[in-house]
Design a protein around this ligand. Structure first.
Ligand code: KE4
Length: 420
């Protein structure tokens, strides 16, 4: 495929922006080659600066569950924009989106909107620390919760992709308050509570990991986390920035039947516009300013365009959509498995990862055993055939409501041809 215009745009961007990208994982660091500059998208299809078309399996890293340029989402944004793009005052739309989330997620009694998933998780752990008076947090190696200082210790997603899971620039004093446990290994968490019985403010977990590739949390593991937090007085935070409204109408917590103390959201609730949120038990959320002393603020929090896009998107996130995504995803998974190719697929609903290993991938060690060189070759093999996958073995791919069987079978055919 000719991507001359993307190359020109990339060279220009590199002179202006570090790495030519505004988020490292977009830079093709682990798959090689130059990133592709997109100019438009519709439904399940992307179009790049050279006019090449691709079936989209990134979905903007999760938000585009309805597919691109859904007419009602676009119309809602246009209508809101005509009334101004921001007021800096409360608006009714914020309550409308808050109500939609609270109605769907039983554990959320109060919610605060912010501008990104990172802001949501940063705020949630500050709240947990303020509420408990404790300073340590437990996260899991390979999980990613955004680029807040407390999380960039053995993190997943772009940090892992670029080989810097623990970032320079995070002061030792902050890094020292973050304890890393092993995903799907409850004993590793019990050991930390045994070591710090009175110091852990929160355990934050992706209930279905998406940032070391897609790895479902075991139900006993997640319920065990809840029991440990209850026993030791720590806050259980489900980071549902990716899984929220992705895998179930009530997110992963709806799928597992677990009610965490706090949850974080992002991506889908903004329909592609910048939104994050944190919410949960009223007695905890009432510690947030201006009701309580835990401070958190944002010029554009609750932005009217983002609220409009989120409301329009969630309106379509109904049972019929999730049933369709599950049915499509299950047929896709069966077709991939049926190829007998030397890879492993993990899937939950409409999020999945093709791992370049023949072993089951149930945790971080399984991910590290993957052949990332083969993944890089497969990524470009697919790209040149009009299939756009996440440019990293350590990411989840996404199916949208705009995908049909034909688009998914194109990926199946691409896998078959790659291993032929
Ligand atoms: P943002 O700050 O990127 O909106 O959200 C951070 C975040 C928090 N929690 C989870 C579970 C997440 O998946 C994310 C962000 N996900 C990555 C994709 N793996 C964002 C893509 C990127 O960094 O460009």
């Amino acid at each position: 495929m000719d991507r001359a215009q993307s190359k020109i745009l990339f060279a220009e961007a590199q002179a202006l922006i570090p790495g030519g990208v505004n988020s490292p994982v977009r830079a093709f660091g682990s798959v090689g080659g130059d990133p592709v500059f997109m100019t438009r998208a519709k439904g399940a299809w992307l179009t790049d600066a050279d006019g090449n078309r691709y079936i989209d399996f990134i979905g903007s890293w999760g938000p585009m569950i309805l597919g691109h340029a859904h007419p009602d989402v676009t119309a809602a944004i246009e209508q809101a924009a005509r009334k101004s793009t921001s007021f800096g005052t409360p608006t009714e739309a914020e309550s409308r989106l808050a109500q939609l989330v609270i109605d769907r997620v039983p554990s959320v009694e109060l919610i605060r909107f912010v501008n990104s998933g990172t802001e949501a998780t940063m705020s949630a752990i500050r709240l947990a620390r303020g509420y408990t008076g404790r300073s340590k947090i437990v996260k899991f190696e390979g999980c990613y919760h955004g680029h807040g200082d407390s999380f960039l210790i053995k993190a997943g997603s772009g940090a892992l992709t670029l080989g810097v899971p623990s970032s320079p620039g995070v002061p030792a004093a902050i890094a020292g308050e973050t304890l890393n446990a092993t995903f799907n290994d409850l004993a590793s968490v019990e050991a930390l509570f045994g070591q710090y019985p009175d110091d852990i403010a929160a355990v934050i977990v992706e209930p279905i990991a998406g940032n070391m590739g897609c790895i479902p949390g075991g139900k006993d593991f997640l319920k065990g986390l809840q029991s440990l937090c209850n026993r030791f007085g720590a806050i259980l935070i489900f980071d549902e920035v990716m899984t929220g409204f992705r895998v179930h109408p009530a997110g992963a917590q709806g799928l597992y039947g677990i009610k965490p103390d706090l949850s974080t959201f992002g991506k889908i609730i903004g329909g592609g516009l910048p939104v994050g949120a944190y919410g949960g038990k009223k007695e905890i959320m009432e510690q947030v300013a201006p009701v309580g002393p835990v401070y958190q603020a944002g010029t554009l929090s609750g932005n009217p365009l983002a609220m409009a896009a989120g409301i329009a998107t969630l309106t379509y996130c109904d049972g019929a959509l999730y049933d369709r995504l599950e049915s499509l995803g299950a047929r896709f998974e069966a077709a991939i498995t049926g190829l007998g190719a030397p890879l492993t697929i993990n899937r939950v609903g409409s999020m999945f990862t093709l791992f370049m290993t023949q072993e089951p991938v149930t945790g971080f060690s399984g991910v590290l055993a993957c052949d990332t060189e083969t993944f890089a070759r497969f990524f470009h093999f697919a790209l040149d055939r009009g299939v756009y996958l996440p440019p990293s073995q350590y990411e989840a791919a996404f199916i949208s409501g705009a995908h049909t069987e034909a688009e998914l079978m194109k990926l199946v055919d691409t896998v078959r041809d790659f291993y032929r």
